[in-house]
Ligand binder design. Structure first.
Ligand code: XMP
Length: 514
């Protein structure tokens, strides 16, 4: 069955992907496509899905800039419903010869709009609505044939529509949670304006991903990087479904896994009957990282070494394709999109060397958020210990040891991490936390052990509450639990003299320390 679909044209806005996700949450399939997609390309997509509408995302450019991203004008003649958001709203107005100007007063954040006409996508909204706005340019006058649907004090055309065609524009962002009735607006667009049926579900994505893997890999052999984290485990289970015994999973033990983890992974995946190779590479990783202090260099070295270990194993198994469990936030934080800032190099993305011996790297989970990956894991029947495992960075404890990595530091951080995990889990806090772990700082501090002065490491305890890892809060862990963690760490790890608690949200901090 072909699903009804809404395409989101990507003009570089930071919420672009969220729009697609919000549409899918309504049971309507949605895909992000480049802003310069042509009518022919849309028609080709129509062989796979029923394209029922287009949403033009926001973006950082001004419609006046010389190289500002444009829309193929023929798209406006396709008779497809269109909703322009923010930059998309200004672009459509400009293309149809409305008046757009640089705002004298830039609006950023919460704003209150007045609805002149609660029709079309604004059906059911109140006279005043709380919304999230972020824009520099403003539409001052609507083009001929259009009418104004909403305004604010400084924005005379906060929403418009064409009087006859299903073309709408909104200056605000309905996809972000700060817009109180944003979902209502997106539902109105999907169901009332585009006439979509809510007939898409996550299982369909699984089938779609399995089909895509089969198509990409064909009859060749493939290899997957299995770390035991939820992303690579889901990618492994999915790929095994698509390729059966043409898949070999490789678990690279770089020596920076948590205590007991390599053994647990081996146990779990053997039960699945997946061909699994354990590559013991501790010594070579340690050698490569000798004297390296810079966090980005560490990530790049680890990423590259990972690929080399894979390639060596691939030579034996004749694998031509590498499957990776990269998910959407990994890609955006590695700056994969032209206009997004690079924050840090996730080892399985930006750290990849330019040339690998694999024909292609396939990333079936590339458009999913973490909680969507969890849903897929459940649907695939993965065990709870994997579904609920906290996310763990590819470079492992290497990015939780500040500065140079030594064997002693690895030993210390492993022991501390085990204590943090045990105490948080014993206190029943694990479920509400995204992550909880120990970091070995580069600072040393004085303490007293027995009756003598001691000078040792400082361990930081980090906890994070988050839904998607794009933002996170440190958790308010009860003092008795923190006290237990601190006492156990200083009592049982002689090299540690002090334990501190990280009380920084993301942003401004990142979750991992490096
Ligand atoms: P940050 O530190 O960027 O982390 O706030 C966001 C989430 O991503 C995880 N993370 C990684 N995952 N490879 C991964 O697969 C990496 O290099 C990497 N670095 C961070 C981190 O644990 C958190 O959940």
């Amino acid at each position: 069955m072909k699903h009804d679909a809404i395409l989101v044209l990507d003009f570089g806005g930071q919420y672009c992907h969220l729009i697609g996700r919000r549409i899918r949450e309504q049971g309507v399939y949605s895909e992000i496509v480049p802003h310069n997609i042509t009518p022919d390309e849309i028609n080709r997509l129509n062989q796979r899905v029923n394209v029922k509408g287009l949403i033009l995302s926001g973006g950082p450019a001004s419609v006046y800039e010389l190289n500002a991203p444009r829309l193929d004008p023929k798209i406006l003649e396709m008779r497809l419903p269109i909703l322009g958001l923010c930059y998309g709203h200004q672009l459509v107005a400009q293309m149809i010869k409305g008046t757009v100007t640089h705002s004298t007063c830039r609006e950023y954040g919460i704003a209150y709009i007045t609805i002149n006409k609660p029709v079309g996508i604004l059906k059911g909204l109140r006279h005043k609505e709380k919304v999230w706005m972020s824009h520099g340019d403003t539409v001052l006058r609507v083009p001929q044939g259009f009418e104004v649907l909403a305004h604010t004090g400084s924005c005379p055309v906060a929403a418009y529509r064409h009087k006859e065609k299903p073309i709408y524009g909104l200056q605000w962002h309905p996809e972000v949670i700060h817009t109180e009735n944003g979902i209502r607006v997106l539902k109105n667009f999907s169901f009332e304006v585009c006439g979509c049926k809510p007939n898409w579900k996550m299982e369909d994505t699984i089938e779609e991903m399995v089909r895509e893997i089969k198509l990409e890999v064909g009859k060749s052999q493939a290899m997957i990087a299995l770390s035991g984290g939820i992303d690579s485990s889901v990618a492994t289970a999915l790929t095994a479904r698509a390729l059966k015994d043409k898949l070999t999973a490789v678990f690279v033990d770089h020596g920076f896994m948590r205590e007991g983890e390599p053994e647990a992974i081996e146990n779990t995946f053997q039960k699945f009957g997946i061909k699994l190779i354990i590559a013991n590479a501790q010594t070579r990783f340690m050698q490569k990282l000798k004297d390296v202090r810079d966090p980005e260099k560490k990530r790049i070295i680890i990423g590259e070494e990972f690929i080399r270990v894979f390639e060596e194993n691939a030579e034996n198994s004749k694998a031509e394709y590498l499957i990776q469990g990269t998910i959407y936030p990994d890609r955006i934080e590695s700056g994969f999109r032209r206009l997004s800032e690079r924050i840090k190099t996730h080892h399985n993305v930006g750290g990849l060397p330019q040339h690998t011996k694999f024909k292609k790297i396939v990333e079936p989970l590339r458009d999913l958020y973490k909680d969507e990956v969890r849903k897929v894991a459940k649907l695939l029947g993965l065990p709870n210990e994997i579904i609920n495992r906290q996310p763990f960075p590819g470079p492992g404890l290497a990015v939780r040891i500040m500065g140079e990595i030594t064997e002693e530091k690895v030993r210390v951080v492993k022991k501390a991490d085990k204590i943090v995990r045990e105490e948080i889990e014993k206190a029943g806090l694990a479920e509400q936390l995204w992550q909880y772990f120990a970091v070995l700082t580069e600072t040393k501090a004085t303490g007293i052990k027995g009756d003598a002065r001691a000078y040792g490491h400082v361990i930081a305890v980090r906890t994070a509450e988050s839904r998607e890892a794009m933002t996170a809060n440190f958790a308010r862990i009860p003092y008795p639990v923190l006290e237990k963690i601190s006492t156990r760490i200083t009592n049982t790890i002689p090299e540690v003299t002090r334990v501190v608690y990280d009380i920084t949200h993301k942003p401004p901090a990142t979750i991992e320390w490096e």
